[in-house]
Design a protein around this ligand. Structure first.
Ligand SMILES: *Cc1c(COP(=O)(O)O)cnc(C)c1O
Length: 223
């Protein structure tokens, strides 16, 4: 067994039944991905469209590709035919474009709304209020090629475990609130994507259903 396969095995053992692993393979080789694949891993996360395209073209067709990074509107069309889940939808405009491309491919593309919970300045994500306002507007109901399947977030990049726990809990409570208000009868709204290499044990305690783990599995990325 290789190091990558050992790490995957250890992580899988720690996950409760409701939580699934997205192996984040950005900047890692197709050989490394195949090692993980041979250990049974099927869900891989990528952050860059060009890199994802190149990998998708040469790797096994039963891999489920998740797009986890910031997605530019003009690049949606390249991944629309096959992407299994888009994690970080951060504007209404992006969701509209995903729907447009989904319709062209005759599919409804599963998407998560990125919630901004971190206390640090990042450009991306809906604030809780923006997210509620958007859902209240109801315009998303007309998007036939995209489906809102849950919430994604990233905690602050800090050592303070209590702060991280508070942020994941905020996301969890927000998910429940949105579920009750807007998706009560819609079972496809069920995904909570939070937790990375350094904080996934905390994310699991706060209801994560997808952890996105890269470094812990594949080692440091070489940019
Ligand atoms: C790179 C990345 C990850 C994985 O981070 P690690 O610390 O390597 O586990 C998870 N989520 C997103 C959105 C990322 O961009």
């Amino acid at each position: 067994m290789t190091k990558i396969q050992q790490e995957i095995g250890k992580i899988i053992q720690e996950l409760p039944p409701q939580t699934h692993l997205v192996a984040v393979s950005k900047f890692h080789s197709t050989e490394s991905i195949l090692e993980a694949y041979d250990a049974g891993q099927r869900i891989f996360g990528e952050s860059y469209v060009k890199e994802l395209q190149q990998k998708h073209d040469v790797l096994p067709p039963d891999i489920e590709w998740h797009f986890i990074g910031h997605l530019q509107t003009n690049k949606v069309k390249y991944i629309a035919p096959y992407i299994s889940l888009i994690h970080a939808v951060d504007t209404p405009k992006l969701l509209s474009e995903i729907s447009k491309q989904g319709i062209k491919c005759n599919r409804k593309i599963p998407c998560l709304l990125e919630l901004h919970v971190a206390k640090e300045e990042t450009k991306y994500g809906f604030s809780p209020q923006e997210c509620i306002d958007y859902l209240t507007s109801g315009t998303w109901k007309d998007l036939k090629g995209a489906e809102i399947s849950g919430i994604m977030c990233m905690a602050s990049n800090v050592d303070d475990k209590e702060q991280i726990a508070r942020e994941f809990e905020e996301a969890y409570q927000f998910f429940q609130c949105v579920k009750d208000r807007f998706f009560h009868y819609n079972n496809s709204f069920c995904i909570r994507s939070w937790g990375m290499s350094d904080d996934y044990p905390i994310a699991i305690e706060h209801g994560s259903t997808f952890v996105r783990i890269g470094t812990r599995i594949f080692g440091q990325r070489k940019y």
